[in-house]
Design a protein around this ligand. Structure first.
Ligand code: ADP
Ligand code: MG
Length: 258
């Protein structure tokens, strides 16, 4: 059973400390949601886990499968079984979604077994067809160039399909884009629900309470001023929906209990 652990993580952006000691463990099979008001550091956590060079870790640890994740390149993190959404946000004209996915899958297989010759194309086609069916995607999508002229919703679909193909042990999704409409939210939620199970651990970062109307997390965490200040079950999300964040802000000043 793999688990991703984050211990006392401190992260600065351009010399300003944003994360001030985050502790969190996500195990395979568990769905965790991190919620919090804007500007509290949720995306900073996601970018740090992705290995974005702009985010400087000043203290703390991130570990997965006995490895120090913070020392790994983004592609090494992926091959190890971590899935980080928005890893490939750029358009790649000339590379179809299917080709991109097959290349990524083969890289992951070779990381597990260096002798691996890659997935045979007919088998890959079958697999992709099955996954696209599961995600209720139009089969033509696989032939389109990755992210080239994709709508917000299509980018989300590509991301979820990537997750379905790579079968990560832990996936981290940041619903960072405030432009996400209700359809895109549903795509994410339906995809997540189709893929969850004992093999997949998930960290869903969102400021949309309504996303949690569709995804049922086992654990909910509230981030405030760079720290996780409250953790609980799904009832915590319900509480936020009913009462907003004011009670959290009143209880914790600068992320510290008062
Ligand atoms: P959230 O995702 O919770 O809304 P963010 O992690 O995006 O919060 O931002 C947390 C704080 O870090 C904000 O004050 C934001 O202005 C600052 N910040 C985040 N990324 C950058 C960046 N690339 N450059 C400068 N400041 C940043
Ligand atoms: Mg954000």
């Amino acid at each position: 059973m793999s688990e991703l652990f984050i211990k006392n993580l401190h992260v600065s952006v351009e010399g300003k400390e944003i994360l001030k000691g985050v502790d969190l463990t996500v195990k395979q099979g568990e769905i965790h949601a991190i919620m919090g008001p804007n500007g509290t550091g949720k995306s900073t956590l996601a970018y740090t886990l992705m290995g974005h060079p702009r985010y400087e870790v000043t203290e703390g640890e991130v570990g997965f499968k006995g490895q120090n994740v913070l020392e790994l390149e983004a592609d090494e993190r992926s091959r190890l079984g971590l899935f980080l959404a928005f890893q490939y946000p750029v358009a790649i004209p000339g590379v179809s979604v299917a080709n991109f996915l097959r290349t990524a899958l083969n890289a992951r297989r070779r990381a597990v077994n260096p002798e691996d010759n890659g997935v045979p194309i007919p088998e890959f086609r079958r697999m992709l067809k099955e996954e696209m069916g599961l995600l209720k995607m139009d089969p033509n999508f696989a032939g389109r160039y990755l992210n080239d002229g994709f709508s917000g919703g299509e980018k989300k679909r590509a991301e979820i399909l990537q997750m379905a193909t790579l079968k990560p042990e832990i996936a981290i999704l940041d619903e960072t884009d405030s432009g996400l409409d209700i359809d895109a939210l549903r795509i994410v939620a339906d995809g997540v629900n189709a893929l969850t199970g004992p093999e997949l651990g998930m960290l869903v970062i969102t400021h949309y309470q309504r996303l949690l109307n569709y995804i049922k997390p086992h654990f909910v965490h509230i981030m405030l001023n760079g720290r996780i200040v409250e953790s609980g079950g799904p009832d915590l999300a319900l509480n936020l929906e009913q009462h907003g964040y004011d009670w959290v802000r009143e209880k914790y000043e600068n992320g510290v209990a008062v």
